[in-house]
Design a protein around this ligand. Structure first.
Ligand code: AQP
Length: 326
């Protein structure tokens, strides 16, 4: 059976360089060779997004961004999780075999509570729904950033427990994480994250983009002194775009001295513009073609259901809730 790939992104705000290098760039590579499902994690976003109009806008924004960045709805199944309430049914079967202790160990939950989010059941059970998202499509590989590794491990655990309990039905997935982009740093050097307010959004207009990039925090080493590239956020971000030669050349300039952070920021800005500038208009265009966007998601939901439906039937049978024979 061909290898299957699945991943999703929450519609919780504008997509940023962390989302792109941690996940979307891998989606673009993997869709060439594998059966891929990429979704908009709308139910997950409800754990933090409470304004319905903003949520709807964010869902369209992720869909338009996926398409502008090159996800191909003919090759990959692109869908909105909210069109597949089946995920909740599988999440329930997984919930009954998921120990509370497993969820209590989840770093993401602990971090979010520490940052003041309400300790809701939805936030606590987030990894179970995420496991259902993955296991519903028998995914082998899940391209994610490092912050999601533990959640994929929980999905693995739950697949193994399910198969032990009810028979070999679910495939056991693996996270797919590229070391260089596992944790993309934000303006302040911490993990780039919407909730830290340290993001560089992919589709900012040139002026605000320049302001963001020029605002990356650097140390106060004078221009003429040698600098350490590997501890500098500007260099780390530049490396994500650069060829090996370009990377080496900038590293040399850092070490030689006489090269200021301002120049490095300009080089990074040029890379960002070269990569995302031409896609800004494409995204705007998709946002205007609301009907076409809805069509893409409707077709995606149909294809997702064609895959999820038969597996869910097998699961219902296995747990003892299949069609009754009188
Ligand atoms: N900084 C990052 N480095 C590498 N990968 C990252 N991802 C996010 N930030 C980084 C990856 O992007 C995918 C989508 O993530 P999500 O929808 O769960 O969003 P997120 O991780 O919640 O993104 P934020 O900005 O960090 O949101 P908040 O602030 O709400 O937590 C995932 O594969 C993720 O690993």
């Amino acid at each position: 059976m061909p290898m299957r790939v699945l991943s999703g992104i929450q519609p919780s705000g504008a997509l940023h360089l962390g989302n792109y290098f941690g996940a979307i760039r891998q989606f673009l590579d993997l869709q060439r060779d594998y059966e891929c499902h990429f979704f908009i994690a709308s139910y997950h976003a409800l754990t933090t997004q409470r304004d319905p109009a903003t949520l709807r806008e964010n869902i369209r924004d992720v869909a338009a961004s996926y398409l502008a960045l090159g996800l191909d709805p003919e090759r990959s199944v692109l869908f909105d999780q909210a069109d597949l309430p089946e995920h909740h049914e599988l999440a329930w079967y997984l919930s009954v075999i998921c120990s509370v202790g497993l969820l209590q160990r989840a770093h993401s939950y602990k971090d979010k509570i520490a940052r003041g989010l309400e300790a809701s059941h939805g936030l606590f059970a987030y990894p179970v729904l995420m496991a259902a998202d993955i296991l519903m499509y028998n995914a082998d590989r899940v391209p994610v950033g490092q912050d999601q590794k533990q959640h994929v491990e929980i999905a693995r655990d739950l697949a193994i427990r399910f198969n032990n309990e009810w028979g070999e039905i679910l495939r056991v997935p693996e996270p797919y994480i590229l070391p260089r982009s596992a944790v993309v740093p934000g303006l302040d050097g911490a993990k780039m994250s919407k909730s830290y307010g340290n993001t560089i959004d992919l589709f900012l207009e040139p002026k605000p983009m320049r302001k963001r990039v020029m605002g990356i925090i650097t140390d106060s080493t004078p221009v003429e002194d040698p600098k350490d590239p590997d501890s500098c956020t500007v260099f780390i971000l530049y490396s994500l775009f650069a060829t090996d030669e370009e990377r080496e050349s900038m590293a040399r300039r850092y070490r030689d001295g006489g090269y200021g952070y301002g120049e490095a920021k300009k080089a990074l800005l040029a890379k960002i513009e070269e990569t995302f500038g031409p896609l800004r208009e494409k995204r705007q265009d998709w946002l205007k073609r609301t009907d076409d966007l809805e069509d893409v998601l409707a077709r995606g939901a149909e294809r997702a259901r064609a895959c999820a439906g038969p597996l869910l039937e097998r699961i219902r049978d296995a747990v003892g809730l299949g069609a009754r024979v009188r």
